[in-house]
Ligand binder design. Structure first.
Ligand code: LHQ
Length: 257
């Protein structure tokens, strides 16, 4: 079976590659578990002093895998509590810096996975979208925590409410990411940063991460996202959003609050 997350050992650091390119690296439960395990293994290995996260193929990550219609009894709150929130915490709690090289589209949970990383570079052709609303959901994976802190509430609200993609250069201009680089420069630049961090003062780097963590606020926001997503997941608009995606047509939302 294809490895959903490829782990490549480098001198003092590891490259983790999301590896379902035929689905733009959309998350299945197995891929979610594999990424969490790979992060934890990196954190447990004293010789690993930085991590680089990227995606295989033309996408970074298209968020949750939407491969079949979702039944009305699916508990999205639980999916977040048991799947995505522990993954985001594992990223934030990792005692080594995580560099993210966004090589293509980053949508939904994929966008917010990138924003949870410590230094985010993106290829100029990459884009970020809070695609959740397009299927009747709210941003999760800490998006409601990261976005307003990164870009301010005016931009965060519009990004979340409209779900429109923004390009890498716009994302950098808005302070959502560290920088946008020409496509061919993405991997060399990201790898150089990972190697530099791996040669850095490991204890200080871990302490810098802790200083920025704001962990209690993140936990509270992840819990709120789970509560709200549980409710959104029960709506007919969510079921319609997923059907429309699968049928490759625009959704027809009927509302009802
Ligand atoms: C996909 C996906 C995908 C499966 C592209 N799944 N196949 C959700 C639910 C439950 C619990 C809690 O949290 C969440 C969090 C979320 O992440 S919700 C948001 C889920 N993601 C999306 O809604 C994004 C869906 N994808 C898209 O809108 C587009 O694919 C984007 C804009 C990402 C890229 O568009 P294009 O560049 O035009 O590529 P494409 O649409 O042609 O996709 C290429 C293939 O990948 C295609 O398959 P096909 O067999 O036709 O070649 C897509 O069906 C497949 N794919 N995203 N999430």
């Amino acid at each position: 079976m294809q490895e959903t997350v490829r782990v490549e050992a480098r001198e003092g650091w590891r490259r983790l590659v999301l590896n379902r390119p035929e689905r733009l690296n959309a998350f299945t439960p197995a891929m979610q578990a594999a990424l969490k395990a790979a992060l934890e293994a990196a954190g447990a290995d004293p010789s690993c002093r930085a991590v680089l996260l990227t995606g295989e193929g033309r996408g970074f990550c298209a968020g949750q895998s939407l491969e079949q219609p979702v039944g009305p009894d699916a508990d999205l709150g639980r999916m977040l509590e048991e799947g995505y929130a522990p993954l985001i915490r594992a990223l934030r709690d990792l005692p080594v810096p995580v560099v993210c090289a966004v090589n293509g589209v980053a949508a939904g949970a994929g966008a917010n996975l990138a924003l949870a990383c410590d230094i985010v570079l993106a290829a100029r052709s990459a884009s970020f979208s809070q695609a959740f609303v397009k299927i009747g959901l709210i941003p999760d994976c800490g998006g409601t925590f990261f976005l307003p802190r990164l870009v301010g509430t005016a931009r965060a609200r519009a990004l979340a409410l409209l779900g429109d993609p923004i390009g890498a250069e716009q994302a950098a201009e808005w302070g959502m990411i560290w920088k946008a680089v020409p496509d061919e420069a993405l991997m060399p630049e990201a790898e150089a940063i990972a190697a530099r961090l791996a040669a850095g003062p490991a204890r200080a780097l871990a302490l810098i991460k802790s200083a920025f963590a704001d962990r209690e606020a993140l936990d509270a926001q992840l819990a709120l996202e789970a509560t709200l997503q549980r409710e959104a997941g029960r709506s007919k608009d969510f079921a319609e959003g997923v059907c429309a995606f699968l049928e490759k047509r625009p959704p027809v939302f009927r509302g009802g609050r």
